[in-house]
Design a protein around this ligand. Structure first.
Ligand code: HAM
Length: 444
């Protein structure tokens, strides 16, 4: 006996009720991105493994332990299911010369990403991101715009309780100077560190700043701050960004410990965070990555961007009730019922003719009595049913029955079907004056 096959752990089916909400969400997001001049780009889901090692960094959680990597069975090439979109987007921009040929680019992508993390609420192994990348922009204005975009989208979705955390990571040289000072400070207090801290002291001292151990909080609070090691240019960039955010009335908290889990960032980093989703509360995150294009073989090109986690945002959207209102199951305009072989042929033609004039039509498939078909027609929410029986088919006619708000059934020639239906739909003859009157008795 074979076992029932199930989806891979941490990878979810998105069933129709939910997928409709996803599509509504994606429509809103696409309009919003267009409103800021972003253009779509679609990259492959599989990329050469070295792309992610170089872009995200060898010593990151993602590259060290979360990538789905495999050797191509045919030629042995090392490939990886993309764990994020920035690396692929930058690779594509370099490969196709987008910035050199077309100037600065505002690009967006959406789709599944893959990370072998421990699944829990809001954290999956296949999850979806919508990402925006602004390539070829050096100034703090684009950083501010990327952040304002987020604020606007939360407003449009009716999402409250999302706060902005902001930090500047400065340049690589500034981070190195800070690290040196941090290590010296921690070495001077090594006796106070726990085992974990001692282990990380030289391998990854910045991680000690993330410690949750209560006894270490005081030590960590007093440690050298990266902010004090920023040079004039990084400082000016951050100040200018803050001024633009203040001017726009976007509130933020400067979080000196916000470092992000990917190595490509410099200067601005930010996260939009909510407390309403438990431990996985970051719904959108990003920042500046001025060195990445060059690091991946392109000409030096400043850049910044963000990606949001679709599952997390949808969970918030659903919780607020806003999603429910928008995601009512879409009803067809017409439900076509039919019985008999001749009737079925005419029913197919009728359904196609009505689709020709732009209507959404559900053609009853699977047979059954008129009565049971009419029940389905009612349940579909369509305002009108088109009924075809064999005697009608023989006469080249069809019947049209209002399903909502009463109104008389009419029998018309096939040639005038579209016109009559359009009349009935748009004159409001079917108007939804109350579902209680809408039940049809199912008779022809
Ligand atoms: P990230 O912080 O790794 O950044 O991911 C961005 C967002 O994707 C997170 O804030 C979260 O909402 C969502 N996310 C990440 N992992 C999971 C998961 N396992 N399950 C569910 N949702 C998840 C990046 O990926 C960068 N590429 C963002 C960026 C774009 N920076 C500049 N441009």
């Amino acid at each position: 006996m074979s076992q029932n096959l199930q989806a891979v752990r941490g990878m979810n089916d998105i069933l129709p009720d939910e997928a409709e909400t996803w599509e509504n969400f994606e429509d809103i997001v696409r309009d919003w991105l267009k409103g800021y001049g972003y253009r779509p780009i679609r990259m492959p889901i599989v990329e050469p493994t070295p792309l992610f090692c170089r872009a995200i960094g060898e010593v990151t959680d993602i590259v060290e332990k979360e990538m789905y990597s495999f050797a191509d069975a045919l030629n042995g090439e090392l490939l990886t299911l993309r764990p994020e979109g920035t690396a692929g987007c930058v690779r594509a921009a370099i490969e196709h010369n987008l910035v050199a040929a077309g100037g600065p680019q505002r690009l967006y992508y959406q789709g599944p990403m893959f990370r072998h993390e421990r699944p829990q609420k809001g954290r999956y192994r296949q999850f979806h991101q919508i990402g925006a990348e602004a390539l070829g922009f050096a100034g703090p204005d684009i950083d501010a715009e990327l952040i304002l975009m987020g604020a606007r989208l939360w407003g449009q979705l009716g999402l409250t309780d999302i706060r902005l955390e902001l930090n500047s990571l400065g340049s690589a040289a500034e981070r190195a100077a800070h690290r040196e000072a941090l290590v010296a400070y921690l070495e001077a207090h090594e006796d106070k560190l726990d085992e974990d801290g001692k282990r990380r002291l030289h391998a990854n001292p910045l991680r000690i700043l993330d410690t949750k151990t209560p006894a270490l909080q005081e030590l960590v609070e007093a440690a050298p701050k990266l902010a004090d090691y920023l040079g004039d240019e990084s400082r000016a960039h951050f100040e200018a960004l803050r001024a633009l955010l203040d001017e726009a009335g976007v509130a933020y908290r400067i979080n000196h410990r916000l470092v992000r889990g990917l190595d490509y960032y410099n200067r601005t980093v930010f996260e939009w965070v909510t407390d309403r989703l438990g431990a996985q509360g970051t719904v959108c995150a990003g920042g500046r990555y001025d060195g990445l294009v060059e690091q991946l073989g392109g000409k030096p090109t400043p850049a910044a961007g963000f990606a949001m986690g679709v599952e997390r945002l949808l969970a918030l959207w659903r919780e607020g009730g806003e999603a429910e209102v928008i995601a009512e199951r879409p009803a067809p305009d017409i439900y076509v019922v039919n019985q008999g072989e001749g009737a079925q042929k005419l029913a197919f033609r009728a359904a196609e003719a009505l689709r020709d004039i732009g209507l959404d039509v559900t053609l009853h498939c699977g047979g059954g009595s008129f009565k049971s078909q009419m029940k389905k027609a009612d349940a579909s929410g369509a305002p009108l049913a088109v009924l075809v029986g064999d005697d009608e088919a023989a006469a080249g006619e069809v019947s049209i029955k209002p399903l909502r708000g009463g109104g008389a059934q009419r029998r018309v020639s096939f040639a005038t079907l579209s016109e009559t239906v359009a009349d009935m739909l748009y004159s409001g003859a079917h108007e939804d004056e109350g579902d209680e009157e809408g039940a049809s008795d199912g008779s022809l």
